[in-house]
Design a binder for this molecule. Sequence first.
Ligand code: LIP
Length: 275
Amino acid sequence: MTDLIYKIEQAAREAGDIIRSAHGSDLHIENKEGRVNFVTLYDKKVQDYLTARLKEILPEAKFLGEENGMDDFRAGDDEGWLFVIDPIDGTTNFIHNMHPHVTSIGLMKDGVPYAGVVYAPVTNQMFSAERGQGAYENGQRIYSSKAKLKDSIMLSGSAGFSMEAFKIAQELSYEFQKRCQGVRSTGSAEYNLCMAASGRVGGYYEMKLGLWDFAAGGLILEEAGGRMTDYHGRPLTYRGGSSIVGVSAGIAAENDLPDTGFYLDKWIKASHSQT
Ligand code: LIP
């Protein structure tokens, strides 16, 4: 482990202390756009804390984050170092004092994921990776599963931002459910990707995520031997939000997934017909 990733992990642990300190306090919950899309005082506090700490670690880096008006990928963000922060991924779970909720720090270099750290404060699970250096959980090397889809559990996201999207997402999950041992929805994208990286599940798919929801966990899964694409099977651009299909080495090799692209196009068509 290089000094850089060690320092980023330390910053994530300190962010975890702030998250744990929230227990029992007033979270000052605010609604954002769409349905079931919240931000709390602690999302903002953690993002401010991490921005300051990571500036100490890598002063020349730029920042992108889910909160505090830092969520636009700007011209030049794909040159040099860029931290991509989701201060609390799984905010709705956090509001209900439910695991999983994690703090997630992605680090891009010239537009390509370079390092990723995902820390779960409730279970004290630290997932991390540096490009070309493998993936780790609490310092132990991890590898994605070699199992086939029929022998795997799959994770999906709730697509809670719209009921039309949720309905179509459930149609896709029905297709996965027929092919695997069960589909689960945990509420934290970055945690889901780490569950795939550590071989616990076969993969994770969700129709619409922000870059901060997968920048760290996507690299961790790829460094564990998995594969990240969008719903049409295309490589991710890592320059903004996307649909996500992250799968294990075994399922990538099998290459027999439901037609995720069909369901994404169905939602896009339905949402355009509503405008
Ligand atoms: C959440 C994701 C989750 C998705 C939710 C939300 P947040 O991120 O981790 O997978 O289903 O709609 O986007 O808002 O808790 O950082």
